[in-house]
Design a protein around this ligand. Structure first.
Ligand code: NAD
Length: 346
């Protein structure tokens, strides 16, 4: 018997698709909503190949209240929602801020209104360590002050967290939310049937690495090696996407067991920081591929170093990462190779 229906907005995306798989493995019945603005229907095929069954997907936009209502009407007994749907390209958000405020903030507000109408009171929200800005002390805990965002994208995450906090303190809402602040998700499902699918030039390090190793891009540029870190390159907390996906399952379970406060925040990372060069070398070591990279100037807006204190997620949610950086890199490479195989077949 299913543990309950969980609506997963953005469920065809990178983190969403992995979470859908983990929800099923944990006994839940996920229902996907996606408008495929940053994903492809092939993700649904990948999910199906892993699970040996199809997952229902409603192709709608989360800012469309009428369409959302229809989904809630059609899908009776939704127990909770995991809200991934958002745009996430930092650079684009600087150029087109309204697009980001409309989609990221608009979809959350619309979703919360429709959830309340249908008496669905449990929400897991995709937040980001970007809310900590350039932290004064490392590692960052959930008490580390949230800072002024350095991009419209980052600001949408900050605003969405504030909306959830305001709703919680209004006293008028039964909605309980868990905001997971992701550090740097990388890697792919070990089956290599789902993974990160950057449309166009990747914004994140690992797809850039795998595309360079695959010969799709000539060279990868490391932005700056004069930071105050052991090798001068930026430090990030790279968390395997499957570990991250599992954090959503334990968060949903906490909500459904009625253990959560009206709003809770958790860091989701490994607790370890690695430099960009360490990440590159981990990729080379894991896969045996030599990477053509060069050192370039610093990139505006990059946080020099950030990694998580994950004590709260470990103690309260029972969250624990199990994958190493090398395993994550290997899985990302396997995914890249499978993408090329599929392209070759077309
Ligand atoms: P993604 O782009 O792969 O997935 C997002 C999915 O949402 C896509 O499938 C897209 O088509 C869909 N979508 C976007 N707007 C929509 C809308 N209005 N209605 C319906 N569907 C919509 O991104 P991801 O990496 O899986 O990120 C998921 C969430 O996690 C996002 O909220 C993102 O901001 C957040 N996050 C991501 C990272 C990261 O590095 N990947 C880090 C921190 C936080």
């Amino acid at each position: 018997m299913s543990k309950g229906k969980i609506l997963v907005t953005g469920g065809a995306g990178y983190i969403g698709s992995h979470t859908v798989v983990e929800l099923v493995e944990a006994g839940f019945e996920p229902i996907i909503i996606d408008n495929f603005s940053n994903s492809k229907e092939s993700a649904l095929e990948g999910i199906k190949a892993i699970l040996h069954k199809s997952i229902i997907c409603h192709t709608i936009d989360c800012t469309d209240a009428a369409a959302l209502r229809k989904v809630f009407e059609q899908e009776q007994d939704i127990q909770g929602v995991i809200h991934f749907a958002a745009y996430k390209a930092v650079g684009e958000s600087v150029e087109e801020p309204l697009k980001y405020y409309h989609n990221n903030v608009g979809s959350l507000v619309t979703l919360l209104q429709v959830m309340a109408e249908f008496k669905v009171f449990n929400l897991v929200f995709s937040s980001s360590c970007t809310v900590y800005g350039i932290p004064e002390k490392l590692p960052v805990t959930e008490q580390t002050p949230v800072q002024k965002a350095n991009s419209p994208y980052g600001n949408t995450k900050k605003i969405c967290e504030e909306i959830l906090t305001d709703l919680a303190s209004s006293g008028n809402s039964n909605i309980k939310s868990i905001a997971l602040r992701y550090f740097n998700p990388i890697g792919a499902h070990p089956s290599a049937k789902i993974g990160e699918l950057p449309l166009g030039v990747p914004n994140n390090l690992v797809p850039f690495i795998t595309q360079t190793a695959a010969g799709i891009r000539e060279q990868i540029t490391v932005f700056g090696n004069d930071y105050d870190t052991p090798d001068g390159t930026c430090i990030r907390d790279y968390v395997h996407v499957v570990d991250l996906a599992k954090a959503h399952v334990v968060a949903v379970e906490r909500l459904l067991q009625n253990k959560a406060e009206s709003i809770e925040f958790y860091n989701v990372g490994t607790g370890t920081g690695n430099t960009v060069l360490e990440a590159i070398h981990a990729f080379e070591h894991a896969t045996g591929q030599k990477l053509n990279y060069k050192i370039g100037p610093r990139r505006a807006g990059d946080v020099p170093k950030i990694y998580a204190d994950v004590t709260k997620a470990t103690e309260v949610l029972g969250f624990k990462t199990t994958s190493t950086l090398e395993e994550a890199m290997q899985s990302a490479w396997d995914w890249q190779l499978s993408l090329q195989d599929n392209t070759a077949k077309v």
